[in-house]
Each structure stands twice: as C-alpha cells, then as structure tokens.
Ligand binder design. Structure first.
Ligand code: DGY
Length: 323
C-alpha cells in the first residue's frame, strides 16, 4: 500500500519528524511560525494530504476547515488544547481530530509550580535586579516573599495537570483546595478540599492555579469580580489558556496591591502580550513553556503519530479523539 501523505504545519522535534518520514510521504514545513489557514488548506490540496499534523496557534477555524480538500481524514494536534480548531466544523466534514492528553501533565504542572515559587519568592524581580547591576548587598528586608508551607493552593480544573500539581504542591507543605466539574474521591482521600462554588473556593485560598481550557465558555473567567473575591495578597498563576483571564483586571489588581504577585505562561493573542504587563514588576512571564521538555515534546509527537497510524495506516479508530 502506498504511504499516506502527511502535511506538517511546523518544524517538530527531530525524532518525531524522523518517524513521520519513515511511515508517511511527508510535506514538512521548516518554520516555527503558525501556518496561515488558507496556505495550509492550499498545501493540503496540492499534496492530496490525508493527514495534518498541526500545533497550538495554527488557526484551523471554520473557514480553513471548509477549504481543506476531501483527501484530509484526520487532523492530529500536537497539544492537549484544541481551542485553535473548530471541532464542530471538522465533525461536519467527517474529519477526525485528535489531541495529546496525559503526556504533558507533569511538564505543565512543573511550570505551574515554577511560576508559583517564582511569584511567591520574587524570583523575577531578583533576577532583573542582578542583571541590571543594581544589587547593593544582602539586607534584612530585601525582596521578601512569602513561604508556601501551610498556604492554601486552589486548583481550578482538577484534570491530569491539576492532579500532578496537587502532588507536587503537597511536597511543599501546601493544603490543596479544588474546583472542578465533578468531585474526585481519590484527590479528597489524599487531603484535597472540594468547593462547589466559586465564592467559597476563591475566599479559601492563598494561591490560585488555573487549568481550564480556552474558548467562549471560559473567556475572562478571572475577571475583576472574581479577583476581588480572592484574599488580599493572593497569588495567581495561569498555565491553561490566556483567554481565561481579563488582563486589564489582573494588571490593575497587581499594580493596585490587591494581589501580591502573578505568573503567566499563556496569553490571549500570543505571541503579543497585554501592554500593561511589561511594566508590572510583581508578575512573572514565560513564553508558553508548559510542555516544553525534550521528553514531553517527543512524547506529544509520538502520540500524534500513534493516532495518525491508527486512522491512516491501520484503518482503525483514533486513540485520542478530541471533542
Ligand atoms: C497544549 O498542549 O495545549 C499546550 O498548551 C501546548 O500547546
């Protein structure tokens, strides 16, 4: 049987591209930038691609999906998030969409923990001070942060990433609170406290870690009203999707002192970030690094290829259908 054609919208890790080349006629793209939707559809048509390996940031909106050739049977996204793909439009065209759950949970939880630690201990400010040659020496009151031990960590969205973070944070002596669609008895057996409403949840915690998907339903979940319900001096971190935070409200709460600090790995409109963030010192910024480890990025790519193989090579159901 001839090898199916696979369109790669970006440069992927070497091991992933090598395996793709072994099993498919590949249409590689050496760029690190997202592909324009119509260029993507035109390339798929030119190569009669049967599969598309894409990533977060590639805009597979309804227009792009409508423009795809009939040859495309599956879109495998190199991400757990699927908010860049119009799942409904894909379903209507009978195109399977798959994602990469599980394999990035620990790496993303590590970045959440890194942001919590850096925000609490003022690591960003400290590093900037040294690089600016402004350190005048150790001082009893210099750059005092807060210790995490005995603080309450509120996990919004207790999926696999939230659960991995809970396990790490317990190692720092934090008490775990969570808000989730449904209760998780194993999390509670491990000592986590469930909250069935936002007000109680936000009022009970010292650190909020956000792990909810993007999309219309969660847009600006963290707005001025909910920020006001957090304790004064609370810390906020977000490793989910930038659209879930009202940037204007967060920036005002950081600059006005209601929040002690924040850490963000994701932004609405990436790679652009909200202008006010540039001049907010008590904010740690990372460029969407959640899953960025060698091990995790290889595993994400292999998971995409496992799904592509199931559908295009073996004619089976996908392993990780999205939506
Ligand atoms: C994901 O997998 O959704 C991460 O945000 C990386 O794209």
């Amino acid at each position: 049987m001839p090898k199916p054609t696979l369109l790669l919208t970006r440069r992927f890790p070497d091991a992933v591209e090598a395996r793709a080349q072994r099993d498919y006629v590949t249409m590689p793209n050496p760029s690190d930038k997202p592909m324009d939707g119509l260029a993507l559809a035109a390339a798929a048509a030119r190569g009669e691609a049967r599969g598309i390996l894409c990533a977060a940031g590639d805009a597979l909106d309804s227009g792009t999906i409508a423009a795809l050739p009939d040859s495309v049977k599956i879109i495998a996204t190199f991400s757990v998030g699927t908010d860049h793909i119009d799942l409904g439009a894909a379903r209507e065209r009978g195109i399977i969409v798959t994602n990469t759950p599980d394999v990035l949970s620990v790496a993303t939880a590590e970045i959440a923990m890194l942001l919590i630690l850096t925000a609490a201990r003022r690591g960003g400010e400290a590093e900037r001070m040294l690089r600016a040659r402004e350190w005048t020496g150790w001082a009893p009151t210099q750059l005092m942060g807060v210790t995490l031990e005995n603080k309450a960590l509120g996990i919004l969205g207790m999926g696999r990433i939230g659960q991995a973070l809970a396990q790490m944070a317990r190692g720092f002596g934090m008490q775990i609170h969570y808000r989730n669609r449904n209760r998780l008895p194993p999390a509670e057996e491990a000592g986590a406290t469930y909250h069935d409403n936002d007000t109680d949840f936000l009022g009970a915690i010292d650190v909020l870690s956000m792990h909810i998907p993007g999309g219309a339903a969660t847009r600006h979940w963290l707005d001025a009203r909910r920020i006001a319900q957090l304790r004064k001096g609370a810390i906020v971190v977000n490793t989910g999707r930038g659209t879930t935070v009202d940037d204007t409200a967060l920036c005002a709460a950081l600059q006005g002192g209601h929040l002690r600090a924040a850490g963000l790995d994701v932004f609405a409109g990436e790679p652009n970030i909200f202008e006010g963030y540039h001049s907010t010192p008590n904010l740690v910024l990372l460029p969407h690094l959640g899953s960025a480890t060698v091990e995790t990025r290889d595993a994400m790519g292999f998971r995409c290829l496992d799904n592509l193989d199931a559908v295009l090579i073996r004619g089976e159901a996908p392993l990780h259908p999205a939506g």
